[in-house]
Structure formats: C-alpha cells, structure tokens
Design a protein around this ligand. Structure first.
Ligand code: NAD
Length: 303
C-alpha cells in the first residue's frame, strides 16, 4: 500500500505548519497522513507503537520537583528514559540532580514557555502531566477565581502540553502520554468541588486524547492516585482526616510515591502497547469498595 494513496491534504486547522515530508518519509507529515488515511502506512507498521521503539527517547515530567513527580522521574530513569523534569519550584534543580535528570524551570500555565520547553526536548517519547494544585473549600464558598486557577493548572495545562507533545511524538512515530488524575475525579469528596471536577474532566480528556491520537501511534492513559504520603497530603490532612481515609481503604494504608510511579512507568513502556484510554486507580482498593471496609479490615484481626 503506498503512503500517498490517500491523496493530498484536505486541510486540517489548528495543527500548525507541516513539512512536505517528515523524517520517516510520510508525505505531508506522519500525523497528517494518519489523520487523513485513518490507517498506518508501511513505514509506521515497523514497530509495536506504529513507529520507532521508545528506547533512547526523552520523557518529560511536569511537577517533577513534587513527591509523585520526582518518584516518576526515578522509575522512568531506571527504565532507560532520558528524563526531563519541569516545575516552578526552587527544589527542581536538586530533585533533578538527585536522580540524574535534566530539568527546565517553568510554569505549566505559561503557554509560550511550555512551547519552548517542549521544543527543547529532543526525541520526545513520553509526557507525564503531573503538576497539580488543590484547595479544600466548601461548595458554597467556592470562589470563581480559585476555581479557574485550579482548572488552569490541572486541566488546561495538560491539554495544551499534550497538544504540543503529541505533534512532536507523531513525527517520531508515536509515544505515550500519562495524566496524573485522582480518585477525587472518580468519586465526590467533601470540599473538593474544584479539584475533583478538574480531575474528573482530566479523566475524560484522557479518553478523548486516546481516541484521536491512536492513529498517530500515541497512547494516552491516566493514573489516579488515592491518598499518597506527600507534602500535599501532609499539609491537607490532620490525623482525624487520615484515619477517615484509612477506614475507606481496603488495604488500610496510604500509597507510596513509588506505587504511583510504577504504574506510570508501566503505562509509558512497550509492555502497555495495547493499553490506551484507561484510568488506572492506584489507591489500595478505595475506588472499588463500597460499604463494609472497616468490617472486612476487622475480620482477620479478631482471631
Ligand atoms: N498526594 C496525593 O495524595 C495525591 C492524590 C491524588 C492525586 N494527586 C495528584 O498527583 C500530582 C502530584 O501531586 P503530589 O502529591 O506530588 O504534590 P506536590 O505538591 O508534592 O507536587 C506537585 C508539584 O507540582 C508543581 N506545580 C504546581 N503548580 C505548578 C505550575 N503551575 N507549574 C509548574 N509546576 C507546578 C509544584 O511546584 C509541585 O512541585 C498532582 O496532580 C495531584 O493532584 C496526588
């Protein structure tokens, strides 16, 4: 089957300028070719991802100075990725140095800075949208400016970064995007009006992305942490809140940052070649359980 069988470009708006031929020799650029044909052409069928294998590629992790982001950097580095961490925190440089990663300071809501940053990542193969913010605010007191700020960081920024990254990945034959969502996007929790809604939307955005980017060899998944021991949770939960959570988690423990990172590393890897559009909860069973968790927890302690 010839790559040019599907004819000339019928015009796609919003994807920017495309070279006449991309590096793999697809007329009009690979992503455009796929979008028009809806079918991988011969050069793209060479690898499992519909293109080059993901080895020796760069993984970009936002929120990389944070508890979960840094752990994701460690796991990806171990798996052979060239890791770039980005964050606006002053701790970024030391986090990157600790794990032998590259780093770029930046705010994920700064469109131009993000454009330049993604451009600066050579051979981009994975993007992990991990930067996130939260407030605990009663619904009736939810201030619209705060709501918008949370949406901007937790939802709009992953959308924009994923667009930028997907265009680069498509040129290389594919890649993987993982959005760090939350169990707060699966089930309502007190005081989480903005945070929970932003994460619920991010879960659905992940499905949209998976559907539209599959023809380009790009897989998109979410990882939804339950409560994890990080600065974010230590600041938000006192002992009573912590115990309330533990009574709802079948495994009776908070997850570790490494628990989350392992799921992300798997979803970025070739081992997850046929997984896309999913939201994997890493939560000790929290989101699958209903009534009776304390009863079940107590059953084997009484003997
Ligand atoms: N910790 C948990 O229990 C938990 C549970 C569910 C989901 N999550 C999600 O996991 C992700 C990571 O959270 P964490 O627990 O590591 O928190 P964290 O506060 O340790 O890390 C978040 C990082 O994001 C960075 N960040 C925030 N706004 C940014 C911006 N505008 N531009 C660039 N960087 C920015 C912060 O500087 C910080 O380093 C978040 O998306 C969070 O919603 C965390």
């Amino acid at each position: 089957m010839r790559a040019d069988r599907y004819g000339p470009c019928r015009g796609l708006s919003g994807f920017g300028r495309v070279a006449a031929h991309d590096r793999a020799g697809h007329p009009g650029g690979q992503w455009r070719h796929h979008l028009l044909s809806g079918f991988p052409c011969p050069p793209c069928r060479a690898g499992r991802h519909g293109g080059e294998a993901l080895k020796n590629r760069t993984a970009l992790v936002t929120g990389g100075a944070g508890g979960i982001g840094k752990a994701i950097g460690v796991a990806l580095k171990r798996d052979g990725w060239d890791v770039v961490l980005t964050d606006l925190s002053d701790n970024l440089e030391s986090a990157a140095a600790e794990i032998g990663a590259d780093f770029r300071h930046g705010n994920v809501t700064d469109r131009e800075a993000m454009r330049a940053m993604v451009e600066s990542c050579d051979r981009l193969g994975a993007l992990v949208n991990c930067a996130g913010i939260a407030t605990l605010t009663p619904f009736l007191e939810m201030d619209l400016a705060v709501w918008q700020r949370i949406m901007e960081v937790n939802l709009n920024a992953p959308l924009h970064l994923s667009q930028l990254a997907a265009r680069r990945m498509a040129e290389l034959g594919g890649g993987a995007i993982v959005n760090i969502t939350s169990i707060s996007g699966l089930r309502a929790g007190a005081l989480r009006t903005a945070y929970g809604t932003s994460k619920a939307a991010l879960i659905h955005l992940t499905r949209q992305m998976a559907l539209e980017l599959a023809p380009l060899g790009i897989r998109c998944n979410g990882v939804a942490p339950g409560p994890v021991d990080t600065e974010l949770t230590r600041g938000h939960y006192d002992e009573a809140a912590r115990n309330e959570y533990l009574r709802a988690i079948p495994q009776d423990r908070f997850s570790s940052t490494e628990d989350i990172a392992e799921a992300v590393a798997f979803l970025c890897s070739d081992r997850a070649a046929s997984i896309t559009g999913q939201n994997l909860a890493v939560d000790g069973g929290y989101s699958s359980a209903g009534l009776g968790v304390p009863t079940a927890q107590g059953m084997y302690h009484q003997a």
